[in-house]
Design a protein around this ligand. Structure first.
Ligand code: AMP
Ligand code: GLY
Length: 427
């Protein structure tokens, strides 16, 4: 089978490595892929948002099955377009991807179907929003409606910060048309859990839970990033909690999307907060999380392509999807300066002996003219190790990180530390 994977980050590298385990797979094309993915797939210089070119390529190459991984092409309708030319795909069509593409849509969906989430108001003009802020309680959370490269959520500590956020989103349009509407919502507290789930619109199969680490520096200091590391499973997500979330959040969401005529097929990402008043949805994503995928897929025992095809053909319920009992930890190695300005083009060295069995997923790398691996992005590598338990997975991941280097490389040294503390508290 000839496969095509749209995207070019660490998440896509993890997906491709897993897809390769299926013996029926003869070739995988990555659009555009990256320097490290080039060792596992044929990289094609077509960007993830170039929908016309993606479809043209898929038809010309007679692709048997496509996976569209990033949010942008999903929201732009890449899966609809591939379906229209008869190519089976893993990923939601645009009418379902809106669950991530519009926060106003997802908040209204949750309200309509009684799915627990933070209390909120929607605004489409800055004057109304500013008026509302005069009597609001702080901190408060301000969210641009549309996609904003993961930067569209602002936690304002006071009225001045909130007014700045409203003005920059709605008047200065820092996120373009994504800021035509905003959601202003209640600030929630509690541990955060990411749960990715396979769903074909009828059945839902949650994957092992995980925890992201979004801030750049240790102890959750520094700026927000795309994610500096992950662990799985998340110890806060106990079996009883998983049942509550399944009943109150996951099944109702899948049913709600179907009832709205927006059946969701693909990977539905639940960003949850376990608040003192019970679990609540912080956000939905219409895709695999990054870097959550880099800890979740290595623990998947069932063949990924088999699951993806079952999702596309609405027969997920027939499968028994299994995960390993152990744990995994992914430490992201980033370019000095990220998420601000950083250098690119720095040569990478990987010491295979130190890396050992760990998986080195490439995110921001490319092959230069001489065919040498160099850095090309903020988050450069995700180093994942597995272990019998969380503690050994974390230890192994940090040992492997010693084996990768480039000028200016930095990583957090406390990935998983909070999870270990939470696990102790739960004992
Ligand atoms: P996002 O950019 O949508 O991934 O959101 C970024 C982060 O903002 C989340 O991971 C949460 O930590 C935080 N966040 C979003 N909504 C809320 C909320 N209502 N209360 C507290 N924190 C929130
Ligand atoms: N790790 C968060 C996300 O993928 O949006």
């Amino acid at each position: 089978m000839k496969l095509m994977v749209v995207g070019g980050g660490g998440r896509e590298h993890a997906i491709i490595k897993k897809l390769k385990e299926n013996p029926e797979v003869t070739e995988i094309f990555a659009l555009p892929g990256n320097g490290g993915i080039a060792a596992d797939a044929t990289c094609v210089p077509i960007g993830a948002k170039e929908i016309d070119k993606i479809v043209e390529f898929a038809v010309a190459e007679k692709i048997d099955f496509a996976v569209v991984a990033p949010d942008d092409p999903l929201v732009l309708g890449a899966v609809d377009r591939l379906h229209a030319v008869g190519i089976p795909c893993f990923g939601p069509e645009a009418k379902a991807a809106i669950i991530e593409g519009s926060k106003v849509f997802s908040k209204n969906l949750m309200k309509k179907y009684n799915i627990p989430t933070a209390a909120y108001e929607v605004f489409d003009a800055p004057e109304q929003a500013l008026g509302y802020l005069a009597t609001a309680e702080y901190p408060i959370v301000i969210k641009a409606d549309g996609l904003a490269l993961g930067k569209g959520v602002i936690i304002a500590q006071n009225r001045a910060e909130a007014e700045d956020a409203v003005r920059s989103i709605m008047e200065d349009k820092v996120f373009g048309a994504s800021g035509n509407q905003i959601v202003i919502e209640e600030f929630l507290t509690g541990p955060e859990v990411s749960v990715l789930a396979f769903t074909d619109g009828e059945s839902i199969v949650p994957m092992v839970s995980s925890m992201d680490h979004k801030r750049a520096l240790d102890n959750d200091q520094g700026l927000n990033t795309g994610g500096m590391g992950t662990i799985a499973p998340n110890p806060c997500y106990t079996t009883p909690m998983a049942w509550v979330c399944m009943e109150q959040i996951m099944i109702p969401t899948v049913r709600a999307m179907k009832a709205e005529g927006r059946t969701f097929r693909g990977c539905l990402y639940f960003g949850l907060m376990l608040t003192p008043k019970g679990p609540k949805v912080i956000e939905y994503n219409c895709r695999f999380g990054d870097p959550e995928t880099q800890v979740v897929l290595p623990l998947l025992k069932t063949d990924l392509l088999t699951i993806m095809r079952a999702v596309e053909e609405t027969r997920l319920g027939e499968l028994n999807v299994e995960f390993e009992d152990g744990a995994a930890c992914c430490v992201v190695v980033a370019s000095g300066g990220y998420p601000g300005k950083y250098a690119t083009g720095c040569p990478l060295t990987v010491d295979a002996a130190k890396v050992g069995d760990a998986l080195v997923y490439h995110a921001g790398t490319k092959l230069n003219e001489e065919g040498r691996l160099v850095t090309s992005g903020g988050r450069v590598l995700g180093v994942t190790a597995k272990g019998a338990d969380l503690e050994s997975a974390i230890k192994a991941a940090y040992a492997a990180v010693e084996g990768v280097s480039f000028d200016g490389a930095y990583h957090r040294s406390d990935i998983g530390a909070r999870a270990l503390r939470e696990a102790q508290n739960l004992k």
